[in-house]
Design a protein around this ligand. Structure first.
Ligand code: ADP
Length: 757
């Protein structure tokens, strides 16, 4: 990904205006701009300088980078620590720090009044200024209202490291906590890791979506975003080019060799991230494919290798990244909220563009808190605007003071978040339907995600990753005397995280939910991403204005055209037929072709079978640990792209796909639309027949259908084509068994916790 230099004019509105708050201006930008213009660079101005001096202490690995004073204690794995004894340690600090935050001077940036105001109110600042009149009025009316209501019940027994922030939130809301769980149902279940932390939840709401952990693993996120990049290259250029290892090693090497021949890219650097890793674990930088440590043999661990952003924006000569909290309130219709306040995490060694000497300098290149906290240079700060962890608004303030158009930065960030969630939603819907089939008892879901974003020197936001379990810790370990460690409150974390949790709870208050918003049972609709209007919730209970801002469906009009894969997923779900399954059998695939009338003399059913087998086989090789056979959503999307390409060869892919979707949707709206469910129910015998027919044809597949061996979304390498797992046997009992196995694995298997700091 290239960082484009842009010419800059000082932003006079920021400097002198300030009449409109940031949310309004962002809204104007998002509503006014054409969708593709959302990422077009508006000239910003940055005057921060890059620091160029080498510390001269190369760190070959993260272990070597550890500060000897903290070596031996695992302050990164926060999950396993007992939360109970944390409570006492923090309690004393919490009150003190909250007072300190209150008395801190409130930053005033013209044009950012909403961000700042949110913070002021969040801090509980009731100094009688005019900004506080509204909340106080609400407080009074809120009391009248609250007397009638039963308190909302929250099961916190599985909250793990978010427990402290959750307790404070529940207290502020005057809700009822059940720290040991409850025999009767609770309104809300707060899980620390996954949807499956608590089994047998039949009602209420859970703060995790099924499948989110899997979807946000580095490889799956890269795949989902790559599919979107194929359709909308301009719109999705916020994610660095990535290759999946080991299967795309050949392409990666070829690409680098190609780059080497041209001068421009001679000094490219790449970052290698193990799939499923977190907190910077196992990450390293390379400049040559030969430096890869993962491809020694075909059993190598999976990883993503990604273009390294070489020129990040620096503050005080240090690289930093932004952690933004995003609430996915519902999948259908999609509802997204972004926290107005976030965190910035700073490196602890001045940044230099990568060179052979500094490639291993962890404190220079990786912004992870869990790594940098081990550096002698790490500064724990109780102020929001200094230290190695700061609030995002304090950084914006700093940038605004240098003439940066921070409204543009915010609007680009919002755009990145919406587009990323749109890329994730299709697969999440498949997981959702498999775990909570429509019509069966079960909870609804919501989830707070942690978006890690880097700003380039030219202020372009780049997505690094999305965390399914962003750390909600509000305390950190500190050495209070030599060798004595204690948990102490972290005011900056508390400032940001308690508001996010509290306001998420307020948005999920069952007393406020509107019937039209419930997603359960509503997954299968042909018109996905419907632009249903959901009102911005207003506080009615004496609490501050929400720190979470709704961005979707608010900006549906600007982004709905991106929902092509979501519409493909809707077709996929419709033809899955039997609840609980996540893979399409061959007969269901044929039924899809028939119902949508896609077969003709150019595409006989024999070719359809070959297409199914070819693509399913390759995707099975990409996910060798999956025990469920058949065609998953990603494989179906690839098949759909191929079918779309056959119909209108010269058009851009997105037009091909949009046009095929219209054909399919039009046919399914007709009388044939009722067929799939019935057809899928009686699937087994025909499936077996078509499979053996298909297998016979597959032997001639490459001769008959050269195009079927090329992929539009990924290409196989020699390391993956040798693996030929059995194709599906889709008889109903087997299907049910495989579903059970999957559930068992998900519930009791070695779930990667993905907890991070
Ligand atoms: P993890 O989940 O292990 O933290 P990340 O993808 O967040 O993995 O990467 C860790 C750190 O590496 C980031 O916080 C960031 O500082 C740096 N980083 C990651 N990807 C890039 C990239 N493409 N360009 C520059 N820096 C990156």
């Amino acid at each position: 990904m290239s960082d484009r230099d842009v010419n800059v004019e000082p932003d006079h509105t920021t400097a002198s205006g300030g009449e409109k708050d940031i949310a309004v201006v962002i809204e104007e930008r998002l509503l006014g701009a054409s969708s593709s213009a959302c990422l077009s660079p508006v000239p910003p101005c940055v005057t921060t300088a890059a620091g160029v001096h080498d510390s001269g202490t190369p760190l070959a690995s993260k272990d070597k980078a550890r500060n000897p004073s903290t070596m031996g204690k695992d302050d990164r794995n926060t999950d396993s620590k007992a939360n109970a004894d944390i409570g006492y340690a923090i309690a004393a600090h919490v009150g003190k720090n909250r007072n300190r935050l209150r008395s801190e001077k409130v930053l005033q940036i013209k044009g950012t009044s909403e961000v700042m105001q949110g913070k002021q109110e969040t801090n509980g600042n009731s100094n009688g200024s005019s900004t506080n009149h509204r909340p106080r009025d609400r407080h009074e009316s809120g009391h009248r209202h609250q007397r009638k209501k039963k308190p909302v019940t929250v099961d916190t027994s599985k909250a793990k490291t978010s427990l402290e922030a959750l307790k404070l939130s529940i207290k502020q809301l005057k809700w009822k906590e059940f720290p040991l769980g409850r025999r009767a149902c609770c309104d809300i279940y707060w899980h620390g890791v996954s949807f499956h932390d608590n089994d047998h939840i039949v009602s209420g709401q859970v703060n995790k979506f099924p499948g989110m952990i899997e979807m946000l693993r580095k490889i799956n996120l890269s795949r989902a975003l790559r599919t979107m990049q194929e359709l909308f290259p301009e719109e999705y250029n916020f994610y660095p080019r990535s290759w999946i290892l080991p299967e795309e090693y050949q392409q990666f090497s070829a690409q680098i060799r190609g780059l080497k021949d041209g001068d421009a890219a001679a000094h490219r650097t790449f970052i290698v991230k193990p799939d499923g890793g977190s907190q910077g674990d196992g990450i390293y930088l390379i400049r040559e494919p030969s430096e890869l440590r993962l491809v020694a043999d075909s059993r190598a661990k999976q990883a993503v290798v990604q273009e390294y952003v070489q020129r990040p924006l620096l503050i005080d000569k240090l690289k930093f990244d932004i952690r933004l909290y995003v609430l996915v309130k519902a999948l259908e219709p999609l509802q997204i909220y972004i926290a107005k306040e976030g965190l910035t995490r700073f490196c602890t060694e001045p940044y230099q563009e990568p060179n052979q000497k500094n490639l291993s300098h962890v404190f220079m290149h990786l912004t992870n808190y869990s790594l940098n906290v081990q550096s002698d240079n790490f500064v724990h700060s109780d102020s929001q605007s200094t230290g190695s962890k700061r609030t995002f608004s304090s950084v914006l303030y700093r940038l605004a003071s240098k003439g940066v158009d921070i409204k543009k930065v915010w609007s680009d960030v919002i755009s990145l978040v919406i587009k990323t969630v749109i890329a994730l939603v299709p697969e999440l819907k498949v997981h959702y339907q498999a775990d909570i089939p429509p019509g069966k008892p079960g909870p609804t879901c919501f989830q707070i995600l942690g978006f890690d974003i880097l700003l380039t020197k030219n202020l372009k936001p780049v997505l690094l990753e999305v965390n399914s379990n962003p750390s909600m810790r509000i305390e950190h370990e500190q050495e209070v005397a030599p060798g004595v460690f204690e948990y102490v409150s972290s005011p900056v974390d508390e400032e940001v995280k308690v508001c996010v949790i509290r306001d998420t709870l307020r948005l999920m208050d069952p007393g406020q939910s509107k019937p039209g918003v419930a997603q359960k049972g509503g997954v299968i609709t042909v018109k996905a991403c419907a632009p249903e209007k959901v009102q911005e919730e207003e506080p009615s209970d004496g609490l501050p204005t929400l720190c979470l801002k709704q961005v979707y469906p608010k900006y549906t009009k600007q982004f709905q055209y991106l929902c092509l894969v979501d519409r493909i997923a809707t077709l996929f779900l419709r033809f899955l037929g039997i609840k609980g399954n996540m893979r399409l059998g061959p007969t269901a695939f044929r039924t899809f072709i028939r119902c949508c009338k896609l077969s003709n003399s150019n595409l006989p059913m024999a070719s359809v079978d070959i297409l199914y087998i070819d693509i399913t086989r390759r995707w099975s090789a990409f996910t060798p640990d999956s025990r469920e056979a058949g065609m998953g959503l990603q494989a179906f999307v690839e098949a759909f792209f191929q079918l779309a390409g056959r119909r209108s060869k010269s058009a851009p892919l997105r037009d091909q796909v949009a046009s095929l979707l219209e054909v399919c949707e039009a046919h399914l709206e007709g009388p044939l639309g009722a067929l799939p469910a019935a057809a899928a129910a009686a699937v087994s015998s025909e499936d077996r027949r078509s499979l053996s027919r298909g297998r016979a044809m597959a032997r001639n597949a490459s001769k008959l259908s050269p195009s079927s061996s090329s992929s539009t979304s990924t290409s196989s390498s020699s390391t993956t084509t040798t693996h030929h797992p059995p194709l599906c046997s889709p008889a109903a009992p087997r299907r049910a068994a495989s579903h059970d196995q999957r559930l068992q694995r998900a519930r009791h298997g070695p779930l990667r916790t993905h907890l991070e700091n």
